[in-house]
Ligand binder design. Structure first.
Ligand SMILES: Cc1cc2nc3c(=O)[nH]c(=O)nc-3n(C[C@H](O)[C@H](O)[C@H](O)COP(=O)(O)O)c2cc1C
Length: 138
């Protein structure tokens, strides 16, 4: 059985060393997710994060607990959670809008829509993640 958890949060990262902070998050996340057989996607616009995680329920609970106590972001709002039949992402992947305000604006709009639409927003969020994800190694 699989579980999933998706949320949108507000970044508390200092704009000065943002690239390095993102690298730190990714460097820890890829091997940890891989060892727990967790897949998903992480989007970052410079202002907000959106993440979708899927895997065995205890693995999702473990990573969720770590993410919730992480002070690099706050105001974590769950978009979807609970049991889910199949994986939507076969590799752990990341998309980072970086200095592209054009891309960040598009993703920001998609995140605002997902927050407003609650459960129904998750499919639109997955679509955005699929379009913008850079596929990492699984
Ligand atoms: C936006 C964001 C997304 C994160 N995503 C993951 C993730 O997918 N997997 C992971 O292991 N850690 C992730 N982390 C890092 C965890 O919050 C945590 O720092 C790390 O897993 C170490 O956990 P610990 O507190 O148990 O030592 C993320 C952190 C942030 C701020």
């Amino acid at each position: 059985m699989l579980a999933r958890w998706s949320y949108i949060s507000t970044s508390r990262l200092d704009a000065i060393d943002i690239e390095e902070c993102i690298r730190d998050i990714v460097t820890v996340s890829i091997p940890r997710n891989r060892s727990l057989e967790v897949t998903g996607s992480l989007l970052f616009t410079g202002r907000r994060f959106a993440q979708y995680l899927e895997g065995a329920p205890p693995a999702i609970e473990e990573i969720k607990a770590a993410i919730l106590r992480d002070s690099r972001h706050g105001d974590v709002r769950t978009i979807a959670s609970g049991e889910y039949a199949h994986r939507r992402f076969v590799t752990w992947s990341l998309a980072y809008a970086g200095p592209s305000h054009f891309v960040a604006d598009i993703v920001e709009r998609a995140l605002s829509d997902a927050l407003e639409n609650g459960d129904e927003g998750i499919e639109a969020l997955i679509q955005t993640m699929s379009e913008f994800s850079i596929h990492g190694r699984s």
